[in-house]
Design a protein around this ligand. Structure first.
Ligand code: FES
Length: 158
């Protein structure tokens, strides 16, 4: 099924629900991995909104991706408590180890690296999140171990 057909099917499923926009965007991202540009006119038509309104919602919520992302999301906290405890060094290490900058994905499509601004784990900083799990007191050695585990678990899962 093409992405356009998948999106149209989801629009039809959600369009009559009150407050359909956010659940619909989440459903599209869950199905395709991100919200592609061609979703915007389909959503606008289905929900009887302007394209600008749809764009506005997508760009307001940082959780919505507008381009393909890696199978795993690695986020490093850049807020003050974590910076005071070494997250700048951690992010430099992460960028060098993965060979990518923030907002980029490794060439094999495994990992996307993103900044995040507080994970609610300030007392145990520096913190990072991998997919749905938050990790505390992450130094360079722990980062390497977590990424290595990620690679191992992925091999098993596939
Ligand atoms: S400042 Fe990093 S978790 Fe709160």
């Amino acid at each position: 099924m093409s992405s356009e057909l998948k999106i149209s099917t989801l629009v039809d499923q959600f369009k009559d629900l009150p407050g359909a926009m956010l659940p619909l965007l989440h459903a599209i991202q869950a199905e395709i991995g991100y919200v592609p540009d061609n979703a915007v006119p389909l959503i606008a038509r289905g929900l009887n909104l302007s394209r600008a309104e749809v764009h506005g919602v997508i760009s307001f919520y940082h959780d919505f991706k507008t381009h393909p992302v890696g199978r795993h999301s690695v986020q490093i906290c850049r807020s003050e408590a974590c910076q005071a405890m070494g997250s700048r060094e951690l992010e430099s290490h992460a960028k060098a180890a993965l060979g990518i900058d923030y907002g980029e994905t490794t060439a094999d499509g495994k990992i996307s690296l993103e900044p995040v601004y507080c994970l609610g784990n300030c007392a145990c900083s520096p913190s990072m999140r991998i997919d749905d799990n938050v990790y505390a007191r992450v130094d360079q050695t722990r980062f390497d171990a977590l990424i290595s585990e990620l690679a191992d678990s992925q091999e098993i899962a596939r």
